[in-house]
Design a protein around this ligand. Structure first.
Ligand code: UP5
Ligand code: MG
Length: 195
């Protein structure tokens, strides 16, 4: 059986990572955050991409798909599971085309989980996380403005693309994590019956 994937999208700070952790605790999905994989690759001694990744992340720009897709692919292969939450990917047309070139025949996309949250709330969450010592080089106002521009210009069109295909499940992400998760759960319950 082909590995099954759910793409998880939403603005910076919408709560993708938080909800993916909750989903993977309750349902049989492996959480793969594209951003976390890139941050790990950036730290890996000898990585030829470290500097490029850091610069892109700080400027809220998107890393070329060859790098991101290969990290996701490797992480999927390392896992003995068959269902994956791919958090924060695909973010632009380059990502989408690259995934379709290499991975679409090797996987089955179940749906796209889309977290809706206002820019103000997302910004204050990320700034709060930065102030609490996240150590993320993009949790500052300047990077956040760039991250949001990229999100509006490059990522929203990808969500619209999947929306036209009827594949998007939207969840309002403005309430407390546990409340958001109550809505998220409905997207994952009876998945085997629905798919
Ligand atoms: N929080 C979460 N949910 C909350 C709630 N319901 N109520 C109150 N607070 C809540 O949450 C963010 C913060 O908010 C946390 O402090 C959390 O406790 C709190 P989180 O769950 O981390 O939100 P998330 O949407 O995952 O935010 P994140 O900052 O990770 O989103 P981004 O999409 O900006 O970051 P990502 O790591 O995916 O990407 C970072 C960069 O990597 C990108 O900008 C880009 O440069 C690069 N990248 C690529 O180039 N390609 C990729 O494919 C992916 C990333
Ligand atoms: Mg995240």
């Amino acid at each position: 059986m082909l590995p099954e994937v759910v793409f998880v999208l939403g603005a910076p700070g919408a709560g993708k990572g938080t909800q993916c952790s909750l989903i993977s605790e309750e349902f049989d999905f492996v959480h793969l955050s594209a951003g976390d994989l890139l941050r790990e690759e950036r730290q890996r001694p000898g990585s030829e991409y470290g500097e490029m990744i850091e610069e892109k992340i700080r400027n809220g720009e998107i890393v070329p798909v060859e790098v991101t897709c290969s990290l996701i692919h490797k992480a999927m292969e390392k896992s003995d599971k068959n269902r994956f939450l791919i958090d924060g990917f695909p973010r632009n047309k380059d990502n989408l085309d690259g995934w379709q070139r290499v991975m679409s025949d090797k996987t089955k996309l179940l749906f796209v989980l889309f977290f809706e949250c206002s820019r103000e709330l997302c910004t204050s969450r990320c700034l709060g996380r930065g102030a609490a010592g996240s150590g993320r080089s993009d949790d500052n106002l300047e990077s956040l403005q760039k991250r949001f521009n990229t999100y509006m210009n490059d990522t929203l069109p990808i969500i619209n693309h999947y929306d036209k295909l009827g594949m998007v499940r939207r969840v309002n992400a403005e309430s407390a994590p546990s409340e958001v998760f109550e809505h998220v759960k409905k997207c994952f319950t009876n998945l085997d019956v629905q798919s």
